[in-house]
Design a protein around this ligand. Structure first.
Ligand code: ADP
Length: 223
């Protein structure tokens, strides 16, 4: 099974991808997470990406396509993968259409999350994450048990530098201009729309229902 999580920043892709990955027992590949690791390690790619991330702009298609091709080559992706944050442009989506069959992976199920801009901006402004495990918290909807510390790792939570208001506005603009048009690219294929302006448990239940119905249909087709 290949899931593409698609939606504006703050729509809950990271939270849901982690839950879906545990449920389906397949890896989650977040391009944002991979890029932030490159920045932290100060690699040549990280040095280029740092400035783009800080501005809320996209990293180039060729770099992102190579990154995904290398990641999908690893054996843990043999049974499927959840992609969070890729594809983000038409060029990336076309590249992925070639790559999946080459890797023996099936047609993706696209999960499209959306919520109104004011909801997204508020969520991002109040979001904290764990630098060790990446778990995301929110003072309103998913508060840590001990204020300011990760439930799992016990380390101090941090706010992402690109969650500052000015950068958030730019990331939303980039999403609406460059990524949202991809919905049309996937229309008529396996595309499922989810209202992300709800609590994480409710959204997860709906996503599991969508995945289940796809699995049942593909078993029937094989049988
Ligand atoms: P969000 O979806 O919350 O904006 P991500 O963690 O997915 O955040 O991505 C953070 C940043 O990484 C993006 O703003 C962009 O600069 C860069 N990025 C991530 N994925 C891609 C991609 N597929 N193509 C180009 N840039 C990307």
């Amino acid at each position: 099974m290949v899931l593409l999580l698609f939606g504006p920043p703050g729509s809950g892709k990271g939270t849901q991808s982690a839950s879906l990955g545990r449920w389906l027992q397949i890896p989650v590949v977040s391009t944002g997470h991979l890029l932030r690791s490159e920045v932290e390690e100060g690699t040549p790619l990280g040095l280029v990406a740092k400035d783009l991330l800080a501005r809320g702009a996209l990293v180039g298609d060729a770099v992102m396509n190579d990154m995904i091709a290398a990641r999908l080559r690893r054996p843990d992706c043999g049974n499927g993968v959840i992609l969070d944050g890729y594809p983000r442009t038409r060029q990336q989506a076309e590249y992925l259409d070639q790559l999946l069959p080459e890797r023996g992976l099936p047609e993706p199920l696209v999960l499209h999350f959306d919520a109104p801009d004011p909801v997204l901006v508020t969520r991002l402004a109040t979001r904290l994450s764990c630098p060790a495990c990446g778990r995301v918290y929110n003072v309103k909807q998913r508060a840590p048990k001990r204020l300011g510390y990760c439930d799992q790792e016990g380390v101090a939570l941090v706010s992402r530098s690109d969650d500052q208001y000015g950068v958030v506005v730019e990331r939303l603009r980039t999403y609406r201009e460059q990524t949202a048009p991809l919905i049309d690219f996937y229309r008529g294929r396996r595309l499922f729309q989810v209202n992300a302006d709800r609590g994480p448990d409710e959204v997860l239940d709906e996503l599991k229902g969508a995945v289940d119905s796809i699995l049942v249909r593909s078993v029937r087709r094989r049988g």
